[in-house]
Design a protein around this ligand. Structure first.
Ligand SMILES: Cc1cc2nc3c(=O)[nH]c(=O)nc-3n(C[C@H](O)[C@H](O)[C@H](O)COP(=O)(O)OP(=O)(O)OC[C@H]3O[C@@H](n4cnc5c(N)ncnc54)[C@H](O)[C@@H]3O)c2cc1C
Length: 377
C-alpha cells in the first residue's frame, strides 16, 4: 500500500458497483481511509456478462488486480463483424495495451463484482451493505452524512457512484433531467460457448446481435431491438419474447441459438437509456462518477470501462492536491472529452440502428473507438 499524506483523509463512496469499488481500490492505494456503502444487502448483480475493451485491461492493471480479473473472464484480441446472413465482413484487431495480456476481456458481471469486491475488502475499505444515505450536508470543510440506519459520520469528501438513477446526483443537482429512453432495448442470455467464438462477434442488421465469450465454457448473446412503446413484459413470457425476435434471423447459427432460449429467468431484458452530464460533475466536496454522470448505451461496450477509468483519475487528482474542489475540477476536465465521445457515438450507433439517424459502419466505429481509448487517461 502506498503511504501518502492522504492517510489522514476520510472519504465515503456511495454505491458498491463497478465504479464505486474501483474508486475504493484506487483511493486505498493512495492511502485514503474509506467507507463504502451499498444499498443492496445481497450485493448482487445479474448473471449475464460484460465486454471490457483494451483500455479496461490497462485500467485494471493499474488497480493491481489484473491476474485475478483475467482468470475470471475470457481474454481475446479481435472483434469479428458479420453480415446478417453470417458472412464475415470485417476482422477488427484490438490493440494490446498491457504486454503479455489479452487485448480485451469478456467477463460475467458476478465474476467482475467478485474480483472488485474481494480487492476492495482486501485493500482495507470498510464496506457496509444494505445501507444508503438519508441526509447529507456539505459544511464547506466536511461532509456530514446521516445513514439509513440512523448513524452519522463526517468525511473530507464523498463520491456518488450510485449508478444511472443516482440519488446523489439528484441531491446535488436537483434540476438535471434524468436518463432518456432511446426507443431501443436489449435482450441477453447465456449459452455454452460455441468453440469458434473466441472474440467478440457482432452481426449487423436489425435486430443487432452479438456473441461474447466470458469463460472457456460460457458466452452470452445480446440482441438489440426497437421497442418504441417501452413495453413491460411479464417474466413468464421473456424466453418466448426474446426467441421471437431472432427465430427468423438470416444466420443459421443465430437461429440455432434462438431455439435454446427456454429459461425465462435466464433472460435479462433492459430498455436502453442514456445521459451525459454536460456541466459540473461535483458540487463542493461531493463528486459523481460512472453512470451517475455519463450513462452510455452499450453500443461501444465502454460504460463500465469508463467508470473504472474515472476511479483511477479521481484518486490520482485527490492524491495530488489538498484542495478537494480543485481535484474534482481536474478530474472532470481529464475525463469529459472521452466520456462525451463514448456517450455521443454510442447513441449515434443506436439511432442509426433505429433509422432515426445515419447508419454507422460498425467496424469503422469500433476501430476509431480503439484508437481514442488507447490514449492515456
Ligand atoms: C444493457 C447494458 C449492457 C451493458 N454492457 C456493457 C458492456 O458490455 N461493457 C461495458 O463496459 N459496459 C456495459 N454497460 C454499462 C455498465 O453496466 C455501466 O456503465 C456500469 O455498470 C456503471 O458502473 P457504476 O458503478 O457507475 O454503476 P452501477 O454498476 O449501476 O453501480 C451502482 C451501485 O450503486 C448502488 N446504489 C444505487 N443507489 C444507491 C444508494 N442510494 N445508496 C447506496 N447504494 C446505491 C447500486 O445498488 C449499485 O450496486 C452496459 C449497460 C447496459 C444497460
Amino acid at each position: 500500500m502506498e503511504e501518502t499524506r492522504s492517510d489522514q483523509r476520510h472519504a465515503l463512496i456511495i454505491g458498491g458497483g463497478i465504479g464505486g469499488l474501483s474508486a475504493a481500490i484506487a483511493l486505498r492505494k493512495k492511502g485514503f481511509k474509506l467507507d463504502v456503502i451499498e444499498r443492496d444487502p445481497e450485493w448482487s448483480v445479474y448473471g449475464v456478462g460484460i465486454i471490457q475493451q483494451t483500455n479496461v485491461v490497462r485500467a485494471v492493471a493499474e488497480l493491481g488486480i489484473l491476474d485475478d480479473y483475467i482468470s475470471s473472464g475470457y481474454g481475446f484480441d479481435h472483434v469479428k463483424i458479420f453480415a446478417p446472413n453470417g458472412m464475415e465482413v470485417a476482422h477488427v484487431p484490438q490493440p494490446t495495451l498491457v504486454e503479455g495480456y489479452p487485448a480485451g476481456v469478456g467477463i460475467g458481471r458476478p465474476a467482475l463484482q467478485k474480483v472488485l469486491g474481494d480487492a476492495t475488502t482486501r485493500a482495507g475499505a470498510n464496506v457496509r451493505l444494505g445501507l444508503t444515505v438519508s441526509d447529507i450536508e456539505d459544511t464547506g470543510t466536511l461532509v456530514n452524512v446521516t445513514f439509513s440506519d440512523g448513524t452519522n459520520s463526517s468525511y473530507d469528501f464523498v463520491i456518488g457512484a450510485d449508478g444511472v438513477y443516482s440519488d446523489t446526483r439528484k441531491r446535488i443537482f436537483p434540476d438535471i433531467p434524468g436518463p432518456q429512453f432511446t426507443g431501443q432495448s436489449v435482450w441477453r442470455y447465456n449459452f455454452d460457448r460455441v468453440e469458434d467464438v473466441q472474440g467478440l462477434w457482432v452481426y449487423n442488421g436489425a435486430p443487432g446481435v452479438g456473441l461474447v465469450p466470458m469463460g472457456p465454457d460460457i458466452m452470452y448473446m445480446y440482441v438489440t431491438t426497437p421497442e418504441p412503446d417501452n413495453p413491460h413484459f411479464a417474466p413468464s413470457t421473456l424466453a418466448a419474447e426474446m426467441r421471437s425476435r431472432i427465430e427468423n434471423h438470416p444466420s443459421e447459427s443465430i437461429r440455432n441459438l434462438a431455439s435454446k432460449i427456454t429459461d425465462n429467468s435466464g433472460v435479462v431484458y433492459r430498455p436502453l437509456e442514456g445521459m451525459m452530464l454536460e456541466g459540473d460533475w461535483a458540487k463542493g466536496r461531493i463528486a459523481l462518477l460512472g453512470d451517475a454522470v455519463h450513462a452510455t448505451t452499450p453500443h461501444l461496450g465502454q460504460g463500465a470501462g469508463l467508470a473504472i477509468e474515472d476511479a483511477l483519475v479521481i484518486a490520482d487528482e485527490l492524491s495530488k492536491s489538498d484542495n478537494v474542489e480543485e481535484a474534482f475540477r481536474n478530474y472532470r476536465n481529464r475525463r469529459f472529452d472521452r466520456c462525451n465521445y463514448v456517450v455521443k457515438n454510442s447513441l449515434a450507433i443506436c439511432m442509426g440502428q433505429l433509422g432515426k439517424g445515419p447508419a454507422i459502419d460498425n467496424s469503422k466505429a469500433t476501430a476509431e473507438m480503439y484508437q481514442i481509448v488507447a490514449e492515456p487517461i
